[in-house]
Design a protein around this ligand. Structure first.
Ligand SMILES: NC(=O)c1ccc[n+]([C@@H]2O[C@H](COP(=O)([O-])OP(=O)(O)OC[C@H]3O[C@@H](n4cnc5c(N)ncnc54)[C@H](OP(=O)(O)O)[C@@H]3O)[C@@H](O)[C@H]2O)c1
Length: 264
């Protein structure tokens, strides 16, 4: 059983994954090693038993499951640095770095180990990510193992690698789109009479509840909208006003603009 985990380049998403892992009661923090160059930023993790070091090679050597979480411009250097420590039969490598293909990773490491790409999002830190995974040649057990690790941080799905950029936009950047939507609703709530804290509480729970409705009932959003929109009522008037101002169109255009940017 592989249970020693290294997170190489533990920044925003690395820390989110770590927090998600640590929420799982089965996880032994002393078996997790995290790295970055400025480790003082991660000092607080030591009190939970996490190994915090700058030495990427040691982190890989002390683990069997390696998550690479650096920016795309850092990954080649990291892979060159750690490749001599990667051991077939021991290691599984998962990259969450956007835009770097399985083939590019495999070409850099030059050893035959199972390589995965994962696209989680920062909600991993509260166990609510959706993580899209794709992989090259890998045994069934290894695929199950990687899925199980990411399942501790939310839900997981396997997708074709060619959809990884789309997963980055919809799932990872998607958190930012939703948060901006939430912020706008809070601002509206303040204008119609609530203080910021109360407006946030109402909006956060409303968004959570709406998502939960769709997840649990497996229904289309519009069928639930129909239940809220009384003919000639205030909801449909508000919704139509939003659409006249380009609400759906602006969201779709934003998603497509992000996608065009990532594809460049
Ligand atoms: N943020 C998200 O929501 C999210 C979600 C899914 C995927 N991703 C992808 O994950 C990748 C990282 O994103 P991020 O937002 O987490 O970036 P980030 O906060 O900048 O984290 C990257 C970390 O890598 C560390 N690093 C750089 N060079 C290193 C080296 N040689 N050795 C060890 N650590 C090194 C940096 O710390 P030092 O400078 O201290 O070394 C930094 O903390 C990106 O490709 C992104 O697309 C991000």
């Amino acid at each position: 059983m592989k249970n020693r985990i290294a997170i190489i380049g533990c920044g925003n998403i690395g820390v989110s994954l770590l927090h998600g892992l640590m929420q799982d009661t089965q996880t032994d923090a002393s078996k997790i090693t995290v790295t970055r160059r400025n480790i003082e930023e991660l000092d607080y993790l030591k009190e939970y038993g996490v190994n915090v070091i700058t030495d990427n090679k040691k982190a890989v050597n002390d683990s069997d499951f390696v998550i690479i979480a650096v920016k795309p411009y850092n990954i080649v250097g990291i892979l060159e640095e750690i490749r001599e420590m990667l051991n077939p039969g021991k290691h599984i490598l998962v990259s969450v770095t956007a835009g770097v293909s399985l083939k590019d990773i495999q070409d850099q490491i030059k050893v035959k180990i199972p390589v995965f790409r994962a696209m989680p999002n920062i909600s991993a830190s509260v166990g609510k990510s959706v993580s899209c995974l794709s992989h090259g040649e890998a045994a069934k057990d290894d695929i199950e193992y990687v899925k199980n690790i990411f399942n501790t941080m939310g839900t997981t799905m396997i997708i074709d690698e060619e959809l990884m950029q789309s997963a980055t936009i919809l799932g990872a950047c998607g958190v930012a789109y939703v948060l901006r939507f939430i912020r706008a609703m809070i601002q509206g709530g303040i204008q119609i009479g609530f203080d910021a804290k109360t407006a946030s509480e109402i909006v956060n729970q409303t968004v959570k509840g709406a998502a939960e409705l769709l997840i649990q009932r497996q229904v289309h959003p519009e069928s639930e909208i129909d239940k809220v929109t009384t003919p000639k009522g205030c909801t449909i008037v508000g919704l139509n006003e939003m659409e006249h101002n380009g609400f759906s169109s602006s969201l779709i255009k934003g998603i497509v603009a992000s996608y065009e940017k990532i594809e460049k």
